[in-house]
Design a protein around this ligand. Structure first.
Ligand SMILES: C[S@@+](CC[C@H](N)C(=O)[O-])C[C@H]1O[C@@H](n2cnc3c(N)ncnc32)[C@H](O)[C@@H]1O
Length: 214
């Protein structure tokens, strides 16, 4: 028997607390303000908000997957271990499929973190398929671009950042994340934008606006 839960897992994903974050962002957003998410990952946050939206991630395969979904691509419902290994070794053959499999069919939603086995009757691929198809309406109209956050230039926007956390497992695709460089970038962006960051800790010149009570 196959059964699936509602959500595709994304390593470090905010799907379970997205509503709380959106509530906070909504409090800080000006009317019709452009929304920007530089570390979009599982696309769980500004996808639920409306207006002009820009989503970025350094993972080009993930971004290609979102663009393909917008263009009507339907991801598979089942991927074997052999197919998973083949896609892992041939990532550029079909980037959208690679993005889907690298996360949706991987252990804990970690980028090619090991084939998620269907051992308890759970079909992870079907789970991911259902989850992304459910997300489709929410992601229509978002501008997706594969980009390193350090290359972004935005003004007068509300920027929500959910970066790789300091001292936690790194995202293999992006190499080592430099947290102090990140906070310097946020200082720069904050001059012309409203910037909200999800992190466990922050330098002293940042204000904590919400504690994680959820
Ligand atoms: C914590 S996850 C984001 C989770 C997302 N908010 C969610 O709810 O699913 C961090 C993301 O940052 C991306 N990332 C890491 N380094 C980056 C960089 N230098 N520029 C842009 N994105 C980067 C990773 O690929 C990953 O998708």
């Amino acid at each position: 028997m196959c059964f699936s839960s509602e959500l595709m897992q994304y390593f470090g994903g905010k799907q379970r607390i997205a509503n709380e974050i959106i509530k906070t962002l909504t409090e800080y957003a000006d009317k019709d303000q452009t929304l920007v998410e530089p570390f979009v990952g599982g696309c769980n946050v500004i996808s639920k908000m409306r207006g002009e939206r820009y989503c970025y991630d350094i993972n080009e395969y993930l971004i290609e997957m979102y663009k393909a979904i917008q263009n009507g691509w339907i991801p598979p419902k089942c991927i074997t271990k052999e197919q998973y290994d083949h896609i892992k070794e041939n990532k550029d053959y079909d980037k959208a499929l690679t993005g889907f499999v690298g996360i949706g069919c991987s252990y804990s939603g970690k980028w090619f973190g090991g084939y998620a086995k269907n051992n308890t009757g759970r079909n992870y691929c079907l789970n991911a398929h259902n989850s992304i198809m459910k997300q489709k309406d929410d992601i229509m109209g978002i501008n997706f671009l594969a980009c390193d956050y350090r290359d972004l230039v935005h003004n007068s926007c509300l920027i929500y950042c959910d970066p790789p956390y300091k001292g936690t497992t790194q995202y293999s695709i992006s190499g080592k994340f430099d947290t102090s460089e990140f906070w310097d970038t946020i200082r720069k962006w904050s001059k012309n934008n409203t910037v909200i960051v999800s992190e466990y800790t922050a330098p002293d010149d940042f204000r904590c606006i919400k504690k994680n009570t959820y």
